[in-house]
Design a protein around this ligand. Structure first.
Ligand SMILES: Cc1cc2nc3c(=O)[nH]c(=O)nc-3n(C[C@H](O)[C@H](O)[C@H](O)COP(=O)(O)O)c2cc1C
Length: 151
């Protein structure tokens, strides 16, 4: 069984719920990416705020502690909401802290309708040396889907 860490960013709780379901299914630890700044409460204001980040390629500072035993993990399951067809800049901030060489990365997203394709491309660019599997859209997930996905 590969040693697995489930990492997620979630603004309004949907991705968190999926990450928790996965953690329950495979008994792996959960790690939340938390930004120093708080995104606005409303959807529209979050759109405005995060659009600025994308335009400026601004990577928000994180307050979640660095994963100390990162090198010991074989597999990273990485979840996030789709923001502007890709992963939020907070995920970029997190990815840039680590060396992913030799790791298996399984991205998943939740979204209104967009797929995980563009985000997967970005993760592949940022995680050279890792085997980044095709990301899945997982607005809902169950035991069968999880087992099929990770086998
Ligand atoms: C800033 C922002 C940008 C978004 N951009 C997209 C998008 O490009 N495509 C899409 O299908 N959904 C988009 N959404 C919807 C979210 O991906 C969706 O609501 C997600 O499930 C929220 O997950 P969370 O509760 O974990 O934050 C966007 C939401 C926000 C707040």
């Amino acid at each position: 069984m590969p040693k697995t860490l489930i990492v997620y960013f979630s603004k309004s709780g949907r991705t968190k719920a999926v990450a928790e379901t996965i953690a329950g299914e495979i008994s792996a630890p959960l790690y939340e990416i938390v930004t120093e700044k708080k995104y606005p409460r409303t959807y529209v204001m979050t759109i405005i705020e995060s659009r600025k980040e994308f335009k400026r390629n601004e990577k928000p500072a994180l307050v979640s502690p660095k994963v100390e035993d990162f090198a010991s993990y074989d597999r990273i399951i990485l979840g996030f909401p789709i923001w502007f067809w890709t992963c939020p800049m907070a995920v970029v901030s997190w990815l840039e802290q680590y060396d992913f060489s030799g790791k298996e990365i399984y991205p998943f997203c939740t979204s209104g309708s967009s797929s995980c394709a563009k985000a997967t491309e970005k993760i592949r660019e940022l995680c050279s040396g890792a085997n980044v599997h095709d990301g899945i859209k997982a607005n809902t997930i169950d035991s069968v889907k999880i087992q099929e996905w990770l086998k």
